[in-house]
Ligand binder design. Sequence first.
Ligand SMILES: [Zn+2]
Length: 240
Amino acid sequence: MGTEITLPSGRKAEITPIDGKTERLLEDKELLRNGTLIDKYLASRIESLDGDSSLTPQQKEKEVLDMRTGDRNFLLYEIRIDSYGPGMTFNYQCPSCKKTSGYQIDLRKLLDDETIKVHPYRDGPLRVELPRSGGYAVIDYMTGREERKGAQLKGNPISGTILIRVKELNGRPPTLKDYDALIGEDLAVIRGGIKEMENGGLFPTLELTCLDCGNEYPADLRSIIDFFAPTKTSTGSAGP
Ligand SMILES: [Zn+2]
């Protein structure tokens, strides 16, 4: 029997702790390149979804692919705690002074005291009105599908993100030609909408303070190797 959790969307999942075989997925450069790493990682740890424990590995992978990113992140977070414990010790380089500081956090505590928040989802997709063209854009929550497309993006993150995230531009999916014709202010409004739609479910971003220069900056825990493959020492403290 695994651990029962309730995702931000209300869906129920039963998870089992990471083993060596799943941890080894992190070494697979091809999975990272084609954007399927997190799908396989999550699918391997889900025992049941909404009470259904008969799902095949392929069905589980499809389920997590269609799942909202805010739910996927919550799963990653709970699997991390279930597998390695809530303690996370890591070093992080300050983007300002480039000095590295050591941090020690408790993932469970950060969730409980809402330092890392779980946001409720809005009812449907977001529609934004475009002030310059008079048109509109419809933006939905990101799912594993858009995450996968994002991972496959090669060197065009500005236009690529908008083309992946905008479901409808004046009634149909936008093309690169549509993007090229958009005026700056409309693009800015669309980017604002995309940002707003990140406030659903869990995004494990933490404000860190550089112990050297005092600069504060956000760090995405998913970008830190110790989130996925932590090292436990007898003292449990990170060196600077
Ligand atoms: Zn600094």
